[in-house]
Ligand binder design. Structure first.
Ligand code: PLP
Length: 395
């Protein structure tokens, strides 16, 4: 269990690869156990009424969670981390900061679950949302209102891989007196640290690359502001979407290898994107690392590499696209992303089915779009598998 000095995530002089392994964690003082133990308990002894040793009740705080929160804060280069039971739990805590009558500007290509939370839950509480093309900072500025309190962005976006200029959009948010929050799930802090570009809050679905092994669901928020952290901490405890210690342990184990996994994810995705771009049966490839990507320059400036996610459109029918995703052998047909194994899916029928079809169409999300989470397997096995699936589907 770490001490309070880990509030700032450990030794900031170290590089991210070193912090990924060590930040927030010390060998157990009593036993020398190297790994943070799974503190599987709900309550803690008090030495007198109200006189506790830092922990009272595990919804409010748990030592395994403390270490994870410090590790994540360090990776994002922020002061304060908060862990949640899911990525949606963390996004919800940010929206909890709002009051009825407030307005939010967000992207027209956000994760389907985020869109559902905004439109089907918070609409009822009289919070209004404008969905705009956030690759255009002027469009964000035009959507700002007197009542705008939050600008929420994803970059790269899910599933069209659009890249939002975090510095430009956070400047627009701040000029309008709003907070700027960035869902950094796709990029991870190894590739992109939004706080460095002016964002106030970074959100994660830990379920993806940070956990990294498709075996845990979790979320997190990181900020540099003590005031924001306190307010977010209030909702973390009051709403209660907190993770259990086993989940925290799994994510802590995952973040240790984040840099090495991401290097392979990026290398494999780059190889496949370049190959798909030249494939005669492929109409379009969306990957920020390609020169042809409309925001490639922003991505090159803002990210250290371009990530493991890509999408593409087949030059064929919707049925052929469905046949393709059903015919892979190494790629698994499944929702989610960011695990070591490669996954393939059709967003219109799966991850983004919650977004109404006319809104999908307006945002350029074609029903035949195929999204791929490129894993860490041998890239030639992945290429061969996609090649045979394209061939089978289109013949
Ligand atoms: N943000 C993004 C970009 C996602 O892709 C997802 C899930 O796919 C979420 C948030 C929600 O995370 P969770 O499924 O952990 O609640």
């Amino acid at each position: 269990m770490s001490d309070e000095s880990h509030e700032n995530g450990g030794d900031e002089d170290h590089r991210i690869e070193t912090r990924a392994v060590h930040a927030g964690q010390e060998p157990d003082a009593e036993t020398g156990a190297l790994m943070t133990p799974i503190y599987a308990n709900s309550t803690y002894v008090q030495d007198g009424p109200g006189d506790h040793r830092g922990y009272e009740y595990s919804r409010t705080g748990n030592p395994t969670r403390t270490d994870l929160e410090a590790n994540l804060a360090s990776l994002e280069g922020g002061e304060y981390g908060r862990a949640f039971s899911s990525g949606m739990g963390s996004i919800n805590a940010v929206v909890n900061l709002l009051e009825s009558g407030d307005h939010v500007v967000t992207g027209d290509d956000v994760y389907g679950g985020t869109h559902r939370l905004f439109t089907q839950v918070y609409d009822q509480y009289d919070v209004e949302f404008s969905f705009v093309d956030m690759t255009d900072a002027d469009a964000v500025a035009d959507a700002m209102r007197e009542e705008t309190e939050l600008v929420w962005m994803e970059t790269p976006t899910n599933p069209l891989m659009q890249v939002v200029d975090v510095a430009a959009v956070s400047q627009v948010a701040h000029e309008g007196g709003a907070l700027c929050a960035v869902d950094n799930t796709f990029a991870t802090p190894y590739l992109q640290r939004p706080l460095e570009h002016g964002a106030d809050i970074v959100s994660h679905s830990l379920t993806k690359y940070l956990g990294g092994h498709s075996d845990v669901v979790g979320g997190a928020l990181v900020t540099d502001s003590e005031d924001l952290d306190e307010r977010l901490g209030f909702y973390q405890n009051a709403v209660g979407a907190t993770p259990g210690p086993f989940g925290c342990f799994l994510v802590l184990r995952g973040t240790k290898t984040l840099p090495v996994r991401m290097d392979r994810h990026c290398e494999n995705a780059r190889t496949l994107a370049t190959w798909l771009e030249d494939h005669p049966k492929v109409d379009a490839v969306y990957y920020p690392g390609l020169d042809s990507h409309p925001q490639h320059d922003v991505a090159a400036r803002q990210m250290d590499d371009f990530g493991g996610m890509l999408s593409f459109e087949l030059d064929g029918t919707l049925e052929e696209a469905s046949a393709l995703v059903s015919n892979t052998e190494v790629f698994t047909l499944a929702e989610s992303l960011g695990g070591v194994e490669s996954l393939i899916e059709q967003p219109a029928a799966m991850t983004h089915a919650a977004v109404p079809s006319e809104e999908r169409e307006a945002a350029g999300l074609d029903d035949g779009l195929i999204r791929v989470s490129v894993g860490v397997e041998h890239v030639e096995d992945l290429r061969t598998d996609l090649a045979q699936a394209i061939e089978t589907a289109t013949n």
